[in-house]
Design a protein around this ligand. Sequence first.
Ligand SMILES: Cc1ncc(COP(=O)(O)O)c(C=O)c1O
Length: 345
Amino acid sequence: MRNELKRGFASDNNAGIHPEVLIAIQNANIGHCIAYGDDIYTQNAIYKIKEHFGEDIDVYFMFNGTGSNVLGLKMLTESYNSIICAETAHINVDECGAPEKFTGCKLLSVPTENGKLTIEKIKYHMHDFGFEHHSQPKIISIAQVTELGTVYTPDEIKEISSYAHENGIFVHMDGARLCNAAVSLDRSLREVTVDAGIDALSFGLTKNGAMNAEAIIFFNKKMSENFKYYRKQGMQLASKMRFMAVQFETLLTNDLWKKNAEHANKMAKLLVEKVSKFPQIKITQTVEANGVFAIVPSEIIPKLQKEFFFYMWDENRSEVRWMTSFDTTEEDIDEFIEQLKSLLK
Ligand SMILES: Cc1ncc(COP(=O)(O)O)c(C=O)c1O
């Protein structure tokens, strides 16, 4: 049995709730509120989100990132469409086929070295429009931060979205770690999404210190006219929505989202700086946010995992993933390094 209470580097989802968020939930826990989002907390959270992303948007709170991705994609497609994404995309490998099941679409995946799509790679799938034997590409889905811990620059996103729009298709962003990407680029949330041409954003705050608080944002209200029905059919309509909403309001006020993401990213930089000193460890991706990918001698991995649980990324090449979060401390890293030192002697 693992020591579940120990902070490790397995996932930013393994962290708890940020104390200020927990207080906000507690403060919202008074009296009765109209259910299903018809309440002042939800209204305030939507105002707050609009402060960050602009007025002319449509926002829906969701329980999880998979739900945001799947229903966001569902809204923008028909079952004869296809969705282009990286081979490593969460929608492709970590959602148990839910995007295919609920949208009926074919996912067209693209191998990448660093989790990032490029127009060249996307072009491979952009053919046979109007040909009834071929699924019709309708969405390019990118993740920001990518599943390999890398970050698209606003120019890279703009290039993809211009190309998509020129070809009459949409761009969806899986922003489960959008906050980490924005602070990494020193840009606002808006600059790396709507201003860069994104049409629909799965905006996650769970990894930033919230508890099951995610949203799908459509940047063109015409696209999402009937989304409320899809959300209900998709079982993502929360009755006690106020408790999700206050988390958004709290994290998006006084830059708490930024502080949390900055801290997580800083801890990843510190971790990579320290592990890089071991010649037996090879870092495989540029650390641009809060994930570190490394090839580690296979014989020490189970022993290291016993103390600090983390996931294998690619068993075949002995590659692991270490994630930092808003509550990672320098002491956690020092302790981890000490453990590594003793195992690599
Ligand atoms: C890139 C990415 N997208 C989406 C999600 C959301 O997944 P969940 O449905 O577990 O909230 C995750 C969670 O790990 C993720 O890493």
